[in-house]
Ligand binder design. Structure first.
Ligand code: ADP
Ligand code: MG
Length: 603
């Protein structure tokens, strides 16, 4: 359950007190469980579930939310375990110190692994994590000083003052305290500026980058966070078991952690607990059941889990969490941002200042010249149209100007600066924003969150501040800005809806609000009026005129000729990748060449 994605509804509000009570009772049970006269076996089971959940929730973030798959989490668990086992037995260091050493080692290896693989396309990370897990496990099993296959025995307990965490059921509190704290931190993270950027990774990097998000940076961050959670689990595991050996850190466990995350529900932090519990309990049963059914010759659990994984992915791709989530209160964000101070805006250029200079820009896709040495310029305070038949190269021109596609030739200057070689997020930072012809958004996020993503570069708070909830003041400012832009575009009534539930025309408007949230001085709109009804188009035209009055310049691609002719100051016409002509709406309408272009291809 993503925290802020729950749209408040009347039916939901009525159920919250009951759910809160049930959830509270669940937490209370977890607190008193060790005090109750339950068999030790149960407590041990609960400890394992907590340990597994720590790893699985890291995978929820990495795989479920960010869309990056790792089979190698068991290796990070191993680093946490072996670091503390070795240091506390061989050097007699305190487990608490060892925790930090383990986390540092984990952070370092995750950074190196992430740095190498996360720039590359999708499959390198899973493959690299498999290789990493195998290699590390091999190392553990073959190093004399790590005890080879026997591992390290006699790991001391964790103590804190007079408190001994292996005494009685104390370690239960340590494990579950860590697991619950981590879950709360992750829920907080997902409901933040950094969290929106992380959630946007799954929607492909193009949109996120165009909104100013450094996708690589956030990929590395989630990879490191997931690895650190695994290392904490490993640290606890070593002191819980009082011994380490290579087997729990092999690739089999790497896969099993992934299964937990998937079964629990890859998009939900709390689902990690459900997944960990289900896998642990089923595995115990299988260990008894399978040998009696098919003998002890092989390791059949993994086969059963593999089949279970396929079935879950096919029949319950959201995992178990949606079935459980009804019992947990959905966090609702109170509208607390109405009074937040407005974000600073960048200085607007003086009217008439040269804003965008596109010079001989070219794009070839193999043999096809999609944009053929096109030049045009936009001055501050203008609304400029870009028209032409389908396939003329308009969207490609947008992509070249905004850095979404690499140019085959030509230069682009923005406010006097050469931006030809800049990445799209660097161009966005300079005040050039855009919408996409094919809407790019996060359907599972609310309209407000989608738009707030546009404000990414106007905030600063990172993951740690978000986890600790220190980012609320800035969040309120971002949300106020997002709501303001939505109100301006006529969507004030839909801020809490899920973006995926909007009609297509509304999604386009939402993209305009998102682009406005970046505080642009030049806005490129690719077919903004497509899918809108007549009155909505008129309202949109009014908004665009108002933007112009406020000093925002516009370049828009649009097929509705009435819309374009009534709104624009100047029009560039393209055909087959080349610029056919440029002029005022009256000149363009009178041009025989333009008529021929449209008549020849469209009618
Ligand atoms: P418009 O927006 O004017 O309708 P586009 O810019 O989308 O046109 O496309 C221009 C031409 O480039 C079309 O022939 C299209 O098929 C081609 N094209 C666009 N993107 C790609 C791509 N990624 N790979 C290959 N060809 C492309
Ligand atoms: Mg297009």
């Amino acid at each position: 359950m993503e925290p802020a994605s729950a749209a408040p509804g009347a039916g939901r509000a009525a159920g919250v007190p009951l759910r809160t009570a049930i959830f509270g009772a669940f937490v209370a049970l977890a607190v008193v469980l060790p005090q109750l006269p339950v068999p030790d076996f149960w407590i041990t089971q609960a400890n394992y579930i907590g340990l597994y959940a720590l790893v699985a929730m890291g995978l929820v973030l990495l795989t479920g939310v960010a869309g990056l798959t790792s089979f190698g989490q068991a290796a990070f668990v191993g680093i946490g375990s072996y670091a503390t086992a070795y240091l506390s037995t061989s050097l007699g260091l305190s487990p608490w110190l060892n925790l930090f050493v383990g986390l540092a080692l984990t952070c370092l290896s995750a950074l190196v692994l992430g740095w190498i693989t996360l720039r590359m396309s999708g499959h390198y990370l899973p493959l690299a994590t498999i290789a990493w897990c195998l290699a590390l496990n091999y190392t553990m099993a073959n190093m004399e000083w790590l005890g080879k296959f026997d591992g390290i025995l006699g790991v001391p307990p964790i103590t804190l003052g007079a408190l001994d965490f292996t005494e009685g059921r104390n370690i239960f509190y340590l494990i579950w305290g860590a697991a619950l704290a981590a879950a709360v931190a992750l829920v907080n993270l997902l409901d933040s500026r950094a969290g929106r950027a992380i959630r946007a990774l799954n929607g492909g990097v193009v949109m996120a980058e165009a909104m100013g998000v450094s996708t690589f940076r956030y990929k590395v961050q989630v990879f490191v966070i997931a690895a650190l959670l695994a290392a904490v689990s490993g640290w606890l595991f070593a002191h819980f078991q009082r011994t380490v050996n290579p087997s729990p850190y092999g690739i089999k466990w790497g896969i099993e952690y992934l299964i937990m995350a998937v079964i629990g529900g890859v998009g939900s932090v709390w689902g990690a607990f459900a997944g960990a519990a289900v896998v642990k309990l089923i595995e115990d049963q299988l260990q008894v059941l399978l040998p009696s059914l098919i003998g002890t010759a092989g390791n059949f659990e993994i086969v059963v889990f593999g089949i279970a994984l396929v079935l879950v992915l096919k029949y319950a791709p959201q995992g178990l969490w949606p079935y459980v989530s009804g019992w947990v209160p959905a966090p609702r964000r109170a509208r607390d941002w109405a009074e937040a101070p407005l974000l600073a805006e960048r200085a607007r250029p003086a009217p008439g200042e040269a804003l965008l200079e596109v010079d001989m820009v070219r794009k070839q896709f193999g043999g096809l010249v999609a944009v053929n040495d096109v030049s045009f310029a936009i001055r501050a305070g203008e609304i400029c149209g870009l028209i032409g038949p389908n396939g003329a190269g308009k969207s490609t021109t947008f992509n070249l100007v905004t850095g979404v596609l690499a140019k085959s030739g030509g230069t682009v200057r923005f406010r006097g600066e050469d931006i030809t070689a800049l990445r799209s997020r660097e161009i966005a930072r300079r005040g050039l924003s855009r919408t996409f012809q094919h809407v790019r958004m996060m359907p599972g996020m609310t309209v407000l969150e989608n738009v707030a993503l546009g404000g990414h570069q106007r905030g600063r708070s990172g993951a740690i501040r978000a986890m600790l909830r220190l980012d609320r003041a800035e969040e309120r400012r971002l949300f106020r800005e997002a709501e303001r832009q939505l109100a301006r575009i006529g969507m004030a009534g839909q801020v809490h809806e899920l973006a995926g539930n909007l009609a297509l025309g509304r999604q386009r408007l939402m993209e305009i609000a998102r682009a406005l949230c970046t505080d642009p001085v030049l806005l490129l709109l690719d077919e903004p009026a497509a899918g809108l009804r007549h009155l909505e188009k008129q309202a949109l035209a009014d908004v665009l005129r108002q933007l112009k009055a406020e000093g925002v310049s516009l370049l828009l691609v649009e097929h509705d000729m009435d819309f374009v002719m009534n709104l624009t100051d100047r029009i560039v016409v393209m055909e087959f990748g080349t610029k056919l002509m440029e002029g005022t709406p009256v000149e363009v309408q009178a041009s025989p060449a333009v008529r021929a272009a449209y008549l020849g291809t469209e009618h």
